[in-house]
Design a protein around this ligand. Structure first.
Ligand SMILES: CC(=O)SCCNC(=O)CCNC(=O)[C@H](O)C(C)(C)COP(=O)(O)OP(=O)(O)OC[C@H]1O[C@@H](n2cnc3c(N)ncnc32)[C@H](O)[C@@H]1OP(=O)(O)O
Ligand SMILES: O=C(O)CCC(=O)C(=O)O
Length: 505
């Protein structure tokens, strides 16, 4: 595993290694510059001119998660979950607060059946489901495991009807009725779902769904098995179905074209009630709606509702657990837990974030127990970010000194990539040089190659030719104060950045 990607060597939860923490939960208001850090109210209609009027169909504030890491996730190419790992994942999901945990069909293998029984015996708060083909043999095995419910599935698209199981629509409907009746007779929850719903004939779908709805199926399911659907198509299909059945509507979206979270959200807007997720989105091919990205999306829609239902601070640990189990790295751009998900780099962003984090953040990292960083060690940085760092380092400089120090940092960052230690060294040395006699200044950075040293000397020469009289005046003024405060005779003058002596009058 790539430790730098996962942040193993990094200083804080998210593992960002080249930024400063700004008002994060770890050190709170360490730099004392941020304000209004917890004012994350993105859905305040007055702040969001493009908010839709509230929609009577929408369930964005009334949904349940069917967590399928232990079913769909087991279909991920790299997944092998032994019993203990399944138990750890199930418990972690339960602690997080998901409403349902879906398990692999007990008809798949003897160990799958035993694991299903074992997880059912854990006494978790979440309801335990298992996922079976639409046939009586599988259903009979499943109802004996102790699960709370069965998710029944069968393909309804022409492709799957021809090449997967070879059954007709009439056969599917009749078998579905038989299996649903059987599961209900055992007092268990039952869902009937079509596979490949978006390539299925709408009339076929409604025909089958209406039939199972009439006999009291708990949920009907829409599945974008091949990841072909877009949000608008999802909205249309779910809205249509919502008008035809009384049952709850479960949805399952594959991520082949990157629409899985958006499709899940749109499904809820159109009246769906349940969303299937897996941790990190693992599943067949490139997987399904990821738990973390989905809850982030929903948090932005209704923060209180989502925070009330789920312990979001557990997300990172669950993702780490599953990433380890299936031997993958958490992607750098993963919503919420990607190592740079809350890192702000460009100077314009950094300045505003330091002033108020809601300027460039729709999610408060603290909601997930994560930390915000301001990156200050690149050519894109600005003096506000450097000022923040100077404060964190406990140094006192005037704004104009900080601006000149920033110029040096940017010049050096033009020559090579800087680490935090490099930029800190530049700041420290710059600061020390302010108090040294002319000609005694230390080089701003020691660990440079001769080539880099040459280039930086050229930059220095260019910089020292730039007019800086205004800044100079400010430096002189502030240094006088500083020296006076420290009881130092200012008549020797103070060093400016260019190594010239500014006489204090
Ligand atoms: C889109 C999804 O992810 S659906 C869920 C996928 N999950 C799984 O496949 C669970 C793991 N699967 C397995 O362990 C095995 O495939 C089993 C035990 C289910 C079946 O194994 P086998 O009997 O050896 O069949 P195989 O896997 O080769 O082929 C699938 C069989 O299921 C049938 N089938 C496929 N889908 C369905 C369905 N939804 N309902 C009923 N039967 C189905 C096929 O017709 C085929 O049976 P056949 O060979 O008699 O024609
Ligand atoms: O059971 C379902 O609804 C979905 C099954 C599935 O994994 C899929 O269709 O991709």
């Amino acid at each position: 595993m790539c430790s730098s990607c996962n942040g193993d060597a990094a200083p804080a939860a998210n593992g960002q290694s080249n930024g400063i923490i700004v008002n994060g939960p770890t050190n709170g208001t360490a730099n004392g510059t941020a304000n209004g850090a917890n004012d994350h109210t993105p859905h305040n209609p007055r702040q969001m001119p493009f908010s839709l009027p509230s929609d009577y169909l929408s369930n964005v504030s009334n949904f349940k998660i069917i967590e399928s890491t232990l079913r769909e996730g087991e279909q991920f190419a790299n997944a092998f979950f032994d019993t203990e790992t399944k138990i750890r994942i199930a418990k972690a999901l339960d602690d997080f607060g998901v409403e349902y945990i879906e398990l692999t069909s007990p008809a798949s293998s003897e160990q799958s059946r035993l694991d299903c029984k074992r997880i059912c015996s854990l006494g978790l708060k979440a309801k335990i489901l298992t996922h079976v083909r639409c046939n009586m043999q599988d259903a009979k095995i499943a109802v004996e495991t102790g699960v709370d419910g069965l998710d029944i599935v069968i393909g309804t698209s022409p492709q799957l009807m021809q090449h997967s199981h070879g059954k007709s629509v009439d056969y599917i409907r009749e078998t579905a009725l038989e299996v649903v009746q059987f599961v209900k007779s055992k007092g268990l929850e039952v869902r009937f779902s079509s596979e490949d719903s978006f390539r299925s004939d709408l009339v076929d779908l409604l025909n089958i769904y209406s039939a199972v709805d009439k006999i009291g199926v708990n949920r009907v399911g829409i599945a974008d098995t091949i990841g072909v659907a877009n949000p608008r198509q999802v909205y249309e299909l779910i809205r249509t179905l919502r008008g035809c059945v009384r049952a709850d509507i479960e949805t399952h979206f594959h991520n082949d074209t990157g629409c899985a979270i958006a499709n899940a959200y749109c499904a809820l807007e159109a009246g769906a009630t349940h969303v299937d997720t897996s941790v990190l989105g693992i599943g067949e091919r490139n997987g399904i709606t990821p738990l973390g990205g989905f809850v982030a999306r929903m948090l932005v829609a209704n923060r209180d509702y989502v925070r009330g239902k789920y312990d979001l601070t557990k997300l990172k640990a669950i993702e780490d657990l599953v990433a380890d189990a299936v031997e993958v790295n958490i992607p750098f751009n993963n919503p919420v837990t990607g190592f740079c998900a809350f890192t702000h780099k460009a100077g314009i962003h950094a300045k505003a974030i330091i002033a108020n984090p809601t300027t460039y953040e729709i999610i408060n990292p603290a909601d997930f127990g994560m930390t915000r960083y301001v990156h200050f060690t690149s050519r894109l940085t600005g003096w506000n970010a450097i000022k923040s760092r100077v404060n964190q380092l406990g140094l006192e400089m005037t704004d104009s000194q900080i601006k000149q120090c920033t110029t040096r940092i940017k010049a050096m960052a033009d020559i090579r990539k800087l680490a935090i230690e490099d930029t800190d060294a530049i700041i420290h040395t710059f600061y020390e040089n302010l108090y040294l006699g002319h000609g005694d200044e230390k080089p701003l950075l020691e660990n440079v190659t001769p080539e880099e040293r040459k280039k930086f000397a050229q930059k220095e020469a260019e910089l020292s030719r730039e007019p800086q009289s205004k800044e100079l005046d400010e430096v002189v003024e502030h240094q006088t104060d500083l020296l006076a405060t420290n009881g130092i005779d200012s008549s020797n003058g103070v060093k400016t950045l260019n190594g010239e002596v500014a006489t204090v009058t």
